[in-house]
Design a protein around this ligand. Structure first.
Ligand code: HEM
Length: 493
């Protein structure tokens, strides 16, 4: 046995009994009735029940224990919400209590004391950053001002696919669409990304999203945090330093030459007081907010596109119907952003994709800011709340018995929209923490998807039949396909 393993065993042998006593004193008796849930084990609680696909395991557990379920993730009391009615109770009726986020160790180490938006606790600082989002970063005019740049990137992309179609090449759509979305979105966040090749921003972002998706034992059993058993601390520190260096240079460039992307807009507030509490927008805030935008925007939109196209290839009837809507509304030209509002079937296809394949299947975890009693059950301050939108999208009371079927027609004459007010369908979350980028995300997803099916038919490689396309998911920071989607484009215009 190597010396560090030996030391670890000795430390565990000494402290483990104390930890069990601490655990029992903390969790042995509560202040009242709790929600039903599976029996936890000491130390790990119900962690062993999560498996490789926690959203699915929790969906099945909720069928047994109910739409509001209480479990222990290590030493963290966690409430799992799995029905539209329960989601409304947590995200609307008591949104003021559950609007905070838990602190995650990996992010603490990357941010190194900086505060962003998506993973920041509720309070005056977060409220000021949200105000900046709604009044300056995600306004209709700001989003529209980047339409020409999105069109430009998309036109080049379609040209490269046309070349692949001529040579009858099979392309890796997952990768290609990921790159395309990255180019479009980074342009809006930080401007000309090609200027910063030396920092390999794309690779840094990939590492960042991987780290955010890592299951970190120390977040649930703090006792293990000191030992860094997964070796995450060193990796995240290095990544944090690299991101910081790149962002320092990008901010300097923006200070030399004014730009109207997110960083440029945030810089107009540099060193100004954000609220009466004395928070100011400093360089660290700009860096942390930018990092949050990377995490929140890139994998989410491209994974949605990957699922939408997979579902269309798997359902040729739906693909044909969508192509026919595009033909009759657009004709032989490229789809433009201002065509999107009239494409009703496209809208249904996107809603159905987000119902069945929500890329944030458990939203971003919330944390209660005070003790509260809901439905006669006690929830203590700092409990974690996970809203399982994957389960809500499969609730047969809402979606009837064909919940697993990809059937966009279910939205004909339906008033269930994606705005966050209809709790049957909340892939962008709801309440104070609802996704501020949803309008931008829907434009990007719809525009790219429409173009991909308007310009091309798609054939699976090796004569694979649509029914054989594997639709298994992989759990990470988003919920991508387990295997990349590869197919042959056939130009049809
Ligand atoms: C299909 C694409 C997307 C999906 C499904 C999605 C989904 C979500 C979800 C579920 C949340 C958490 C909501 C909650 O806790 O109630 C969230 C938060 C957030 N999203 Fe998105 N998102 C997408 C795209 C984007 C884009 C393109 C951006 C920005 C460019 C963005 C920026 C954010 C930010 C900053 C937050 C944190 C909000 C906060 O904590 O106050 N998202 N998103």
């Amino acid at each position: 046995m190597n010396p560090s393993a030996k030391t670890l065993l000795i430390v565990l042998a000494i402290f483990f009994p104390f930890y069990i006593l601490f655990y029992i004193s903390k969790h042995g008796k509560g202040k009242g009735k709790t929600f039903p849930g599976p029996r936890p084990l000491p130390i790990i609680g119900n962690l062993h029940m999560l498996g490789l696909l926690p959203h699915r395991s929790l969906y099945h557990l909720a069928k047994k224990h109910g739409p509001i379920m209480s479990i222990m993730l290590g030493s963290v009391r966690t409430i799992i919400v799995s029905s539209p009615q329960a989601a409304e109770m947590f995200l609307k009726t008591h949104d003021d209590v559950f609007a905070s986020r838990p602190k995650l160790q990996v992010l603490q180490s990357i941010y190194n004391g900086k505060k962003g938006i998506a993973f920041t606790e509720y309070g005056p600082y977060w409220r000021s950053v949200r105000k900046l989002c709604s009044q300056q970063l995600f306004t209709v005019s700001k989003i529209e001002s980047f339409a020409p740049s999105r069109k430009d990137v998309l036109t080049h992309f379609i040209e490269s696919l046309k070349k692949a179609a001529t040579t009858k090449e099979v392309v890796n759509i997952s990768k290609m669409v990921g790159n395309l979305n990255e180019k479009m979105t980074l342009k809006m966040i930080l401007g000309p990304v090609e200027r910063y090749e030396e920092f390999n921003i794309q690779e840094l972002i990939e590492e960042l999203t991987n780290m955010v998706g890592v299951f970190n034992l120390a977040d649930f059993v703090p006792f293990f945090g000191a030992f860094d058993l997964q070796g995450l601390k060193a990796r995240t520190r290095t990544l944090g330093e690299k991101l910081d260096k790149a962002l320092e240079m990008i901010i300097n460039d923006h200070q030399q030459e004014k730009q109207d992307d997110f960083i440029g807009t945030m810089l107009t507030k540099l060193n100004k007081q954000m609220n009466p509490n004395g928070d100011t927008m400093d360089r660290n805030s700009i860096k942390a907010i930018t990092i949050d935008m990377f995490v929140a925007s890139l994998d989410t939109s491209s994974t949605t596109l990957e699922w939408a196209l997979s579902a269309l290839i798997r359902h040729p009837r739906v693909m044909l119907k969508l192509q026919s809507e595009l033909e009759s509304n657009i004709g032989k030209r490229m789809v433009e952003e201002n065509d999107l509002p009239k494409l009703e079937y496209l809208d249904m296809v996107v809603r159905e994709t987000l119902r069945l394949y929500p890329v944030a299947p458990m939203l971003i975890p919330r944390e209660s800011m005070k003790d509260i009693i809901i439905d006669g059950c006690y929830i203590s301050k700092k409990s974690r709340v996970i809203v399982n939108v994957f389960a809500i999208g499969r609730d047969p009371n809402v979606w009837s018995n064909n919940v697993e079927e990809f059937f966009p027609e279910r939205f004909i004459n339906s008033n269930i929209e994606l705005h966050g007010h209809d709790f049957e369908l909340i892939p962008f979350g709801s309440g104070r923490r609802v996704c501020p980028g949803k309008k931008l995300a829907l434009i990007t997803v719809k525009l790219i998807l429409a173009q991909l099916v308007h310009c091309f038919d798609w054939e699976l490689p090796g004569g694979m039949s649509p029914n054989d396309l594997d639709m298994t998911e992989k759990f990470s920071s988003s919920l991508p396909r387990k295997t990349n989607l590869c197919a042959k484009p056939i130009y049809r215009m």
